[in-house]
Design a protein around this ligand. Structure first.
Ligand SMILES: [Zn+2]
Length: 255
């Protein structure tokens, strides 16, 4: 009986260890991510990891140079855990970090995607809503700590705040893109819509240091957009270079 009991304990112990291992793997691995904007649109990385304003909890973030009014879409299925879209306050200073509008899509595995700098009242979603990959989440605007229009995107460990510790993530078609790299979205599960929804926010004055880059980043480079006569395509190298200079961001120090 003793041996049987001992082997049973060993078996249970091993089973427990395997379970813990499996759980920890599941909790730390984000699902394969699709590009977080609409099918066939192309935008560059304007800031990558461990640099500029991407330090501390935001070290694994990317900034993408999306113009104001550009729809952002779900990179994977999930549930809206938090949403803020009442802010019209922004500025090129860290003191504006807490004025960002945001949406968080919880993947249900301990990780979630945080999107920063939404346009005020641009989302039709509510907390608790389920989203499928490709569903529209809102639009890019100027809110929070931002010197020029962009999307701050990070996968983070779910916590009790909107600003949680970012974790490494990759995109299914692009891996872990670096600064200047252009990503063409293959998030094509939803019908293609007009890439730019003109809004009064487009005409907001920016300070001199960011005006040029803000204008440059409003010119999509994909072939799909080139066919749209309402936009003005530019060389991709110019666009990427301008985007790198037009960065901004978030560096809050939540208590
Ligand atoms: Zn950022």
């Amino acid at each position: 009986m003793y041996l049987h009991s001992r082997s049973t304990r060993q078996f249970l112990s091993t089973l427990c260890a395997v379970s813990v291992l499996l759980f920890s793997v599941a909790a730390s691995s984000a699902p394969p991510l699709k590009t977080p904007w609409m099918c066939e649109q192309t935008f560059p990385v304007s800031q990558s990891h461990h640099t500029g304003s991407h330090l501390g909890k935001g070290a694994q973030a990317w900034d993408f140079a999306l113009p104001v009014g550009t729809p952002i879409v779900a990179p994977a299925a999930g549930t809206v855990r938090m949403l803020r879209q009442d802010s019209t306050v922004f500025g090129c200073d860290p003191k504006f970090a807490y004025d960002a509008n945001y949406i968080i899509v919880d993947f249900g595995d301990g990780t979630e995607a945080l999107f920063l700098h939404l346009q005020a009242n641009s989302s039709t979603l509510s907390v608790g809503d389920k989203v499928e990959v490709g569903d529209t989440l809102g639009k890019i605007g100027m809110s929070g700590y931002t010197c020029g229009p962009h999307l701050h995107f990070q996968v983070q460990e779910t916590c009790d705040s909107w600003w949680c510790t970012s974790v490494p993530a990759t995109f299914a078609e692009h891996g872990d893109p670096g600064a200047g790299e252009e990503l063409t979205s293959a998030n094509c599960t939803q019908p293609v819509e007009s890439p730019l929804d003109q809004s009064p926010m487009d005409d907001l004055p920016l300070d001199d240091s960011n005006a040029a880059s803000a204008v440059a980043t409003k010119t999509p480079t994909s072939k799909a957009n080139a066919a749209d006569k309402t936009t003005t395509p530019t060389g991709s190298a110019d666009n990427a270079a301008a985007a790198i200079g037009g960065n901004t961001d978030l560096q809050p120090a939540p208590k």
